[in-house]
Each structure stands twice: as C-alpha cells, then as structure tokens.
Write a protein that binds this ligand. Structure first.
Ligand code: 5GP
Length: 199
C-alpha cells in the first residue's frame, strides 16, 4: 500500500471514571503493543510510589504548568480533584504526522476538548462492570487519602453519565480482555497489513 492509500492517523482518547482501571489497561498496552504511542501527560499531582517521572507523567509545579498553558503548548488540559493535567501538543502532533496510532488517557473534560478541536478523534469510554465494583476499586486501591477518594467518588457519577458522548464503550471486566479490545480498535483504523503487529 503506498502512502496515499494508508488511512489517516487518528487520535484515540481513552477516558472513563477514576478507579475504572485505565492505568492497568495502559500498562498492558505499553508492555505488549509498543507500536501504539502513549502520550505522557503533564501533571501537578504528587507522584505515586509506583510511578516514574517522564514515563507515567511529567510531574511539574503549578507555575511550570501555567507556563505551558501560556505558551500554547498543551493540546488540552483540565483540573481534576484539585490537580492540573494536560497533554503536550508537540509530541502528539509529531506522532500523528508520522502516521502513528496515538492513545491519550485523559479525563472527561479533556475528552470533550479533543472532540471539539479534533473531530476525527475516536473517543473510547472505559466502563466498570458495575457501579459497585467501581466504588470498591476506588476505595481499595490504597494510593489516595480519604479526602481524595471522596472527591474522586463524587466525580465518578458525572463521568459515568458521560458514556453516551463517546463513540464506543469497552467494559473493563478483565484487564487483559479490555486491553486486547482496545488495541483492536486502535489498530484497525491505522495499520496496513505490513505494519500489523506480530503475535
Ligand atoms: P490520576 O491522578 O488517577 O493519574 O488521573 C486522574 C484523572 O486525570 C484520570 O481520569 C486521568 O485520565 C486524567 N488525566 C490524566 N492525564 C490527563 C491529561 O493530560 N489531560 C486530562 N484532561 N486528563 C488527564
């Protein structure tokens, strides 16, 4: 297939309520599907113990974050549970320019901004098997203090409501199955047979 016949690269957004398991799904994709480019967001949140600066997030101060906003360097950004999160523009645009599949793990506000500014983007909602299971996962993960859990739970209802704004839903019943389904959705619209991953 020549370059003209290759489908245009489309951005895929993965969103869903806090605690649904977006990080676990992304970790599997990072390990198994290296041809998928994962955007590394900038955040003012404190680093969790298992996270690596520059791999899971770029951890910055509010002042540094503000400079990125002022310089127009973020594709989208949002405040979530008291912290700022944003997607660096240059890296994403560079990958899309090279025809690479790009996946953004962002919150609902960010997904709406991408929908408005890049209408070709594919929006995927990661849903919990049930609301009870979501609450259980949020309280049980042990990485957040009580106040943070309360804020994330309050936010979850609004985020669950938003499912209808998305192009597709993937249910995170089993993380491996959900990751496979997501990779299938990403791959199908971008890869030529020659580029398809080996299994
Ligand atoms: P966490 O603190 O659990 O890593 O992320 C909290 C929320 O922020 C999650 O819903 C996550 O998807 C979202 N998030 C992470 N990076 C970004 C980003 O660059 N932009 C936006 N809008 N949300 C993000």
């Amino acid at each position: 297939m020549d370059d003209d016949a290759r489908p245009a690269a489309r951005l895929t957004v993965l969103s869903g309520p806090s605690g649904v398991g977006k990080d676990s799904v992304i970790e599997l994709i990072r390990a198994r599907s290296p041809w998928i480019k994962l955007s590394v967001s900038v955040t003012t949140r404190k680093k969790r113990d298992y996270e690596t600066d520059g791999e899971h997030y770029h951890f910055v101060t509010r002042q540094e974050f503000q400079r990125l906003i002022d310089g127009g360097q973020l594709l989208e950004w949002a405040e979530f549970a008291g912290n700022l999160y944003g997607t660096p523009r240059a890296q994403v645009e560079g990958w899309l320019g090279q025809g690479r599949p790009v996946l953004l793990k962002i919150d609902l506000q960010g997904a709406r901004q991408v929908r408005a500014s890049m209408p070709d983007a594919q929006l995927i909602f990661l849903a919990p098997p049930s609301v009870e299971e979501l609450r259980r996962r949020l309280v049980g993960r042990g990485t957040d203090d009580e106040e943070t859990i309360r804020r994330r739970l309050a936010h979850a209802d609004e985020e669950l409501e938003a499912e209808k704004e998305f192009d597709r839903t993937v249910v995170n019943d089993f993380v491996e199955r959900a990751a496979d389904e997501l990779v299938g959705l990403l791959g199908s619209s971008f890869l030529t047979p020659a580029q398809a991953p080996e299994h």
